[in-house]
Design a protein around this ligand. Structure first.
Ligand SMILES: [Zn+2]
Length: 232
């Protein structure tokens, strides 16, 4: 059974459009995010978490039409300070993919990672905390043993903070190889996302689920059209 539940891939939420454009080209402003979710909500779209999608896939139960998933990669604190209030205003949930070794890290003034307290607050607010490896590595270039270590270490840290073992993950850089599904499964991961730009999920291909990346300047109506096409 193929489900067509669009999965959106977000990264950072930066305050100004100029700053967003100056970065990687896949960040948005909180204002853009709010406009996107407003348009989706008005068009009848609602969210489930990635783990709920895994459950539906395994059970063979398609969720209602106009269901989509929001994922937020890399665990920056703006996911808490800027994205969470927007999500809550729209009654929506997201799955946050956290890098274990960067929790509470302050590498640069403009790049602060979520700390344990913020991750707990996200989980308490109904958000899912997923795995994005311990060191944000290219899994596809590593041995099976090191891959298992990367995935397990991040899951252990997240479990210690939230009390819930992650069942979903996103591969950093979309990188994985033939050993990755087994390494993920051994750590308790049921569903994993790559960075292939498409929509459509099967249980058989649950360790390489595609996503739709949302970049700067995407308007609400453009995103509604994108999801409508992806879910068809
Ligand atoms: Zn990443």
């Amino acid at each position: 059974m193929v489900l067509h539940v669009p999965v959106l891939e977000y990264h950072r939420f930066l305050p100004s459009a100029a700053e967003v454009r100056a970065k990687h080209g896949y960040d948005v402003t909180p204002t853009e995010f709010d406009a996107q979710l407003t348009a989706l909500q008005q068009a009848g779209w609602h969210t489930i978490t990635a783990s709920a999608l895994a459950h539906d896939l395994q059970a063979g139960t398609p969720p209602p039409p106009h269901t989509f998933v929001i994922t937020i990669d890399d665990g920056y604190s703006d996911g808490y300070t800027d994205a969470l209030p927007v999500l809550q205003r729209h009654g929506m949930v997201a799955t946050y993919f956290i890098i274990g070794g960067r929790i509470g890290d302050h590498p640069r003034p403009d790049a602060v990672s979520l700390d344990a307290r913020q991750i707990q607050a996200l989980a308490k607010a109904g958000m899912e905390i997923g795995n994005h490896t311990e060191h944000h590595v290219h899994l596809g270039q590593l041995s099976a043993r090191v891959q298992r270590r990367e995935i397990r270490a991040a899951s252990s840290r997240i479990t210690a903070i939230t009390g819930v073992r992650p069942v979903t993950m996103a591969y950093p850089f979309g990188s994985y190889n033939a050993d990755t599904p087994a390494a993920a499964a051994r750590a308790g991961i049921q569903l994993a996302f790559d960075s292939h730009h498409a929509a459509g999920e099967t249980w058989a291909a649950r360790y390489s689920v595609p996503r739709l990346r949302v970049g700067p300047g995407v308007t609400g109506s453009q995103l509604v059209a994108m999801l409508t096409a992806a879910a068809a």
